[in-house]
Design a protein around this ligand. Sequence first.
Ligand code: 13P
Length: 250
Amino acid sequence: MRTPYIAGNWKMHMNRADARALAMELRDKLSGVSPRVMVAPPFTSIETVATVLQGSNIMTGAQNMAPAASGAHTGEISPLMLKDAGASVVILGHSERRHSYGEHDQLINEKVHLALEEKLEVILCVGETLAEREADRVAKVVRTQLAGGLKGVTTEQLQNVTIAYEPVWAIGTGRTATPDDADAVHAEIRRVFTDLYDAAQAEKIVIQYGGSVKPDNVKGLMGRDNIDGALVGGASLKTDSFVPIVQFDT
Ligand code: 13P
């Protein structure tokens, strides 16, 4: 049985005071919920949020990290710094990193390895652009991103990996993949895991859907066999929308 996992990606929003206030509300309103829950504030608010969430059932994550533990990497943040600030999870390969900042599978793979070595949990994001979908290349794109991002990752390490399928055309656009569309790609992701690992790993891997998840569409998505959670952007910035998403099954 896969445990549902709902994560909030705050992207480049909120100062420390707002982040602290939201974390306090979430801590109080989400105590005791059954899904795993994580929020990923911007780097500057990680410590603030982690301090509020310490001892709660909500994990604190980061949205990216450097492919190195320390050294001359101006402007980067290392996994050691993330842990020091209180993060236990890191989102890697987000489409905004891939498409706005030129991150490629090899770099993402280096980050995945380092994060796992440093005992950070990883959410690895994959997903196609609209042009790729229209060219019927979804399966190929997702397969390439998974094979590249997970190259050399062992079965044992996979226990600390979650996959997020985020079709680029559905992010921040209000366009959600239909539950059927999303479930079909999630099923394809499981087939890739069977090929890269084995059927047992394909069955075990937790796959979140991301792209305009809202309180009114989360139930339909989570009702599908292959959809185990959500990676939520805009709707994770307010308690009024994030709490009902986490409580999709009540
Ligand atoms: P939205 O929920 O705002 O579409 O963002 C999805 C996303 O990119 C989460 O990582």
